[in-house]
Design a protein around this ligand. Structure first.
Ligand SMILES: [Zn+2]
Ligand SMILES: [Zn+2]
Length: 398
């Protein structure tokens, strides 16, 4: 007799544990210290702070470091933008600068440390992507990107880098020790890519954008499928994947935190069809002057049914519906025949919505303890827990 454990995601909302307040400026990045009740914050005012949870339950600063300001002595054209590595003492009371990476000719936008490779990947406002050896600080290679980069992920096993930029595209590069080659680009967003998240197990890349949408690029499926997730009313600011519960956590500048169930079979959204007339009632759309004059009807605005992709007029698409398996958690336009075909079961939400009560700039999720950290424009860091989101059910099998 064998026991089988089946994790079941539940609709449990993030519960606020504590707040870290008193920042002079906005916190751009905040991370949980592994295996510790501690947080490291990097603020707009160039300070790096280490916070430890005291017996009172409050986080108190333990040590801080101020990054040097921009030098006015050096000529602008020769200025190099760097990022720095620090060593934290075991008692978290000391922070020692270890190495400076002179990586870019414009402000550094993203830094990613890959422990397994001993590489540090970085991108800058000079539109360059570089990677350095963290053992000796040597630059290994560089690649010019199409636009400013704001999202960066890396697959250790196959050495692919995913680079999301301000033009809305994601570039996939294959890295060797000292050179790289362009594999392909993903074009799906109509505005900046703001966040990327890679799940190396399912081999799925999630991209979030200022266009409010998230796209799930199913690379492991090998069929070129991409799924849309529409659950934010403003810019998507952060994406984290919880592998053991198969949930995607996304956050936005609207303060919303959306927890997506990724353990469902999702459907691709249809391509929008081009037509000069409504594909239901055959009324011409307004730019179809010839047919309009021939039949002497007044042109109609063209709309698309989100479910079948057909071009339909307003009269033939008067109803709205959610289509959660296509990623539409909010009501969208559907044609009348599709509206009748969507069952209540198909309308069941596949995501839960939560209000963080601040406009989120950065988010981090720590899956082992289920901790969620959000940093907002209100200069506050909030630590929440989603740890009770799994119920393990034991089944006996003969
Ligand atoms: Zn029509
Ligand atoms: Zn339809």
């Amino acid at each position: 007799m064998a026991a089988e454990i089946q994790p079941r995601p539940q609709t449990r909302k993030p519960v606020l544990l504590s707040k870290i307040e008193g920042f002079q400026d906005v916190v751009n990045t905040a991370v949980i210290i592994p295996k510790e009740d501690g947080v490291i914050s990097v603020s707009q005012d160039r300070t790096i702070r280490v916070w430890l949870k005291r017996d009172s339950g409050q986080y108190w600063p333990s040590v801080f470091h101020t990054m040097p300001g921009e030098s006015s002595v050096q000529h602008r054209s020769s200025r190099r933008f760097s990022y720095q590595e620090f060593v934290l003492s075991e008692d978290y009371n000391q922070m020692t600068p270890a190495r400076t990476y002179q990586a870019h000719q414009g402000g550094v936008t993203v830094v990613l440390f890959v422990l397994e490779m001993e590489w540090v990947l970085s991108t800058g406002q000079d539109k360059s992507f570089t990677w350095h050896c963290s053992e000796n600080g040597q630059q290994l290679g560089t690649y010019q990107t199409a636009a400013w980069v704001s999202g960066l992920q890396f697959d250790v096993e196959t050495r692919h880098a995913f680079v999301g930029d301000h033009s809305g595209q994601v570039t996939i590069l294959k890295l060797e020790q000292d050179n790289c080659s362009l594999v392909t680009t993903f074009k799906g967003h109509t505005s900046n890519v703001t966040a990327l998240c890679w799940d190396p197990v399912q081999r799925v890349l999630f991209s979030g954008s200022s266009d409010h949408s998230i796209i799930m690029w199913d690379i492991g499926g090998r069929k070129g499928t991409a799924f849309e997730l529409q659950g934010h009313n403003d810019k998507v600011q952060g994406l984290c994947y919880a592998p053991h519960t198969r949930q995607l956590i996304s956050c936005g500048s609207d303060g919303g935190i959306v927890i997506w169930n990724m353990d469902v079979t999702r459907q691709e959204t249809p391509e929008w069809l081009d037509s000069d007339s409504c594909q239901k009632c055959e009324q011409p759309f307004f730019w179809n002057f010839k047919q309009m004059w021939d039949s002497k009807k007044i042109g109609l605005r063209q709309h698309h049914c989100r479910k079948c992709g057909q071009a339909v007029c307003g009269k033939c698409s008067s109803k709205r519906s959610t289509i959660p398996l296509m990623g539409f958690e909010f009501e969208v336009r559907v044609c009348d025949s599709c509206h009748g075909s969507i069952t209540d079961e198909e309308r069941a939400p596949t995501a839960t919505f939560h209000d963080s009560k601040h406009s989120i700039i950065h988010m981090q999720y720590e899956p082992t303890r289920g901790w969620l950290l959000t940093s907002g424009t209100d200069k506050i860091i909030k630590a929440s827990t989603c740890s009770h989101s799994i119920v393990s059910v034991l089944f006996d099998r003969d």
